[in-house]
Design a protein around this ligand. Structure first.
Ligand code: HEC
Ligand code: HEC
Length: 344
């Protein structure tokens, strides 16, 4: 009873100070050239199969297998100089399914070709800017967006928010201690009987609100800096329970089939019955060959299945990944017949 007020203050404390607030600052000082070199490497790994090393149409090994519309000629100055750096960035970054993204809401057409995958969930913003810098060189231009400056700006905002948050934290801690001491001093003055039915009041310290505001600002600045400089964190994908009734299955399979081409453009990279891309393995025997949990995991988090896979994380929700998994489970093409040796 006596400790109630104290307990409440401490709870808020634990919530915020219990989690580590130690910030680690990444050092950067790489010149723009190094960024472009890294962008080139990433381009070759994640883009060349569809766009070609030089950006020319028809060059990538996957070109002939991609459904229309196919990419513009990234090597053409006439076509590509009409795009701003930011527009190229958005083409690679944006996820047209993410309706909370202002870039997507901003887009009048609200349209994207599903076979150009989003790299938002696979690479850092900085890496994508590096790729854009390389794409610029393919048509004889160079990046004008100041990515080093942008990173510095984000880091400075993050660094400035930290001492503000820490000062607010110290003030909140001091105020809490003072309030607790006052509370205890007051309780000392009470007789045992008075203590019996004494209910301490909830104390709201103004320093708490100030701390929450400063901490919110700090977390936001930290996230902005981290989104820029680090790849998205891998989330652990729980083992899904994929049991389903026969009645629901048919409807899920239909949905999965639509998602496969219309929404996620899986056909840009995978083939079924010899139609579709060659970047990933053919999936026409997925129902025999792959277990459903394996399929589901590949869809939700390819990088957890194979660190440097060329399959980007497409940000599929649990519901979408299930529908896709049920659909792939129905693909049971027969083993291709071995060529019959010719009689002599
Ligand atoms: C699976 C094939 C595929 C992969 C992989 C791919 N793209 Fe694309 N990309 C496309 C398609 C298809 C389009 C055409 C989209 C359209 O018409 O709107 C496109 C469009 C673009 C465009 C806009 C120009 C245009 O044709 O409208 C840029 C820029 C681009 N891709 C860059 C990249 C970069 C950079 C990467 C690697 C990080 C990449 N793409 C990976 C298929 C791919
Ligand atoms: C940009 C190309 C690309 C796109 C888009 C893509 N994948 Fe993949 N996928 C791959 C590659 C490459 C692999 C093989 C990975 C490896 O071994 O590195 C793969 C692997 C897989 C596997 C595991 C196959 C096996 O044999 O174990 C499944 C299942 C899969 N993808 C399903 C999908 C689905 C469903 C979609 C759409 C939601 C999709 N992929 C979109 C490139 C792609």
């Amino acid at each position: 009873m006596k400790r109630m007020a104290k307990g409440m203050i401490t709870n808020t404390f634990l919530k915020f100070f219990g989690i580590g607030l130690i910030a680690s600052f990444v050092f950067y000082g790489c010149a723009g050239d190094e960024k472009t070199a890294k962008g080139k490497k990433l381009y070759h790994h994640y883009c060349s199969h569809c766009h070609g090393d030089s950006g020319q149409q028809g060059e990538g090994f996957n070109w002939d297998r991609m459904p229309d519309p196919r990419p513009k000629n990234l090597a053409s100055n006439a076509e590509m100089s009409t795009f701003s750096d930011k527009e190229i960035f958005d083409t690679v970054y944006r996820d047209m399914r993410d309706t909370e993204d202002p870039v997507v809401l901003d887009d009048d057409n609200y349209f994207a070709v599903s076979t150009m995958p989003t790299f938002k969930y696979t690479l850092s913003e900085e890496e994508i800017w590096g790729i854009v810098a390389h794409v610029r060189t393919l048509h004889g231009m160079s990046l004008t967006f100041d990515m080093v400056g942008r990173k510095k700006e984000l880091e400075e905002a993050y660094q400035a928010a930290k001492p503000e948050m820490e000062a607010a934290q110290a003030a909140y801690e001091a105020a809490t201690e003072k309030a607790e001491a006052a509370q205890e001093a007051y309780e000392e003055t009470l007789t045992d009987e008075q203590l019996e039915d004494y209910e301490p009041e909830d104390i709201t310290l103004p320093e708490e609100a100030a701390f929450l505001t400063a901490n919110g600002k700090f977390e936001k600045a930290k996230a902005a800096f981290e989104y820029f400089s680090k790849r998205p964190k891998k989330t652990r994908i729980e083992r899904p329970d994929l049991t389903i009734s026969e009645a629901d299955l048919a409807q899920q399979v239909d949905l999965g089939k639509k998602l496969y081409t219309d929404t996620y453009g899986c056909n840009g990279c995978h083939s079924i019955n010899d139609v579709g891309g060659l970047v990933g393995p053919t999936l026409d025997r997925a129902g025999f060959r792959l277990n459903p949990t394996w399929i589901y995991r590949w869809i939700r988090n390819p990088q957890a299945m194979k660190k440097h896979t060329r399959m980007p994380n497409l940000g599929a929700s649990d519901a979408d990944a299930r529908a896709l998994t049920y659909y792939l489970g129905t693909l049971r093409a027969p083993i291709p017949e071995a060529p019959v040796p010719e009689a002599e």
